[in-house]
Write a protein that binds this ligand. Structure first.
Ligand code: NAD
Ligand code: ZN
Length: 383
């Protein structure tokens, strides 16, 4: 027996932002990142819709990429001062994840995020506020997931806080918000969504519900990511990418991910490689490694008109180069010296990452190290 959890309300389609007017509440705090939602007019649009619904609002801005514990604490203090009954995470996943963690502190001021991360549990939320997620990147699926990724900037590690309590109450998937995304963000986040589809599909707890979502998401992404990348204003491709990211998010929040994410969390934390870029570097070799333990990659290859797991690895490499993403960690500018100095710690942390538990092939320290090394140099892994 298993269960499938997603937000209670998902509004999707071009213009679905308007559904914000359905919210019931007195005061919203809108959490945003940098200035992209100001520049593209989306913040103003959200404020106008709230005003027309007679909902007061305040804005907490300046959440950085890969948000820190300090930012989360500052945001929670702002919540305590403003007393919202609606929290709106608006923008890239960094802003939305930070808002989720602030929500935990707002409801439980004595929380310790790292302890919650280790316990895989969050106490019951929604005593003070509900949560609305409005993503402006088509990648992580945070609008759907019971997950918030926070970075400890002192220790250079990212830690995921995991609990279905963090699943937003309302998700709004409006492709209009994505047309301003720069090409590199479109590429990295789109490949992140693809990695969610591929990893959820082969998870060792995968089931038919999540398989259907993951496979469709993969097909949509292969067709539409190059379109959105080459023509950022192609609203049809943007909406489909946004939908696919959400579908891949539904799959992975229910059946988890694998070692692409275990490794990417380390390389992102230590070297700041963008999450989707790291995943795209890792995916082909992880397909090769895991294909010794599962034949499910062949299904994915077939849905792309191909046959074997190696065909899928090659399709992933081809899509990655079509959207201008690096093919190895050395190509992202990490020096061999820095890589080697951090390697054993990253390998050990990747083994301990919760995603490793759901990988279809079990692995030891040497196996994990071999995957890291092949993806640093860009070699084809044959383990
Ligand atoms: N919560 C989850 O389920 C989950 C899953 C995977 C990864 N993550 C985490 O998510 C973070 C990455 O999030 P992300 O990939 O969405 O990137 P991001 O939120 O860090 O944004 C990347 C950059 O793009 C800009 N941007 C975002 N939307 C834009 C738009 N429409 N127009 C112009 N600029 C825009 C942002 O201002 C930022 O500079 C990482 O910390 C990663 O570890 C979370
Ligand atoms: Zn991811």
């Amino acid at each position: 027996m298993t269960k499938f959890i997603v937000p209670k309300e998902i509004y999707h389609g071009v213009g679905s932002l308007e559904n914000l007017k359905e919210l019931k509440g007195k005061k919203a705090v809108i959490v945003i990142g940098g200035n992209s939602v100001k520049r593209n007019g989306v913040l103003e649009q959200v404020q106008n819709i709230l005003t027309s619904g007679k909902i007061e609002f305040a804005v907490f801005g300046g959440v950085e990429a890969d948000p820190s514990i300090d930012t989360v604490i500052k945001g929670a203090e702002f919540f305590t001062q403003e007393q919202p009954d609606i929290i709106i995470g608006l923008g890239g996943c960094s802003a939305i994840d930070a808002a989720k963690a602030m929500w935990v502190y707002y409801e439980y001021p004595d929380s310790k995020l790292e302890e919650l991360a280790q316990a895989f549990s969050v106490p019951s939320l929604r005593n003070k506020a509900m949560f609305v997620a409005i993503p402006s990147t088509s990648g992580t699926g945070t609008e759907i997931t019971g997950l918030a990724v926070i970075t400890d900037k002192q220790k250079n590690v990212k830690f995921p806080i995991v609990s279905h309590e963090l699943t937003p109450d309302v998700a709004i998937i409006d492709g209009n918000l994505c047309t301003s995304m720069p090409k590199s963000v479109t590429a990295n986040t789109g490949l992140d969504a693809l990695s969610h589809a591929v990893e959820a599909y082969v998870s060792n707890i995968a089931d038919v519900y999540n398989d259907a979502l993951a496979k469709s998401a993969l097909e949509i992404i292969f067709e539409n990511l190059p379109k959105a990348y080459n023509n950022p204003k192609d609203i049809n491709a943007r909406q489909l990418m946004h939908d696919a990211s959400c579908m891949a998010g539904m799959a992975f929040t229910n059946v988890w991910l694998g070692i692409v994410h275990s490794i990417s969390h380390q390389v992102g934390g230590v070297f700041g490689v963008p999450h989707g870029c790291a995943n795209a570097i890792l995916m082909p070799n992880v397909v090769r490694f895991n294909s010794k333990a599962t034949n499910k990659y062949e299904d994915l290859a077939k849905s792309l008109g191909k046959e074997s797991s190696e065909d899928l690895a090659l399709k992933l490499e081809d899509l990655r180069s079509q959207v201008g993403v690096a093919s190895s960690f050395s190509e992202t500018g990490i020096s061999l010296k820095d890589w080697e100095e951090n390697l054993d710690t990253m390998v050990q942390n990747a083994l301990n990452d919760p995603c490793t538990l759901f990988n279809p092939r079990k692995l030891n320290f040497d196996d994990m190290k071999a995957v890291f090394q092949a993806c640093y140099s860009g070699e084809i892994l044959s383990l």
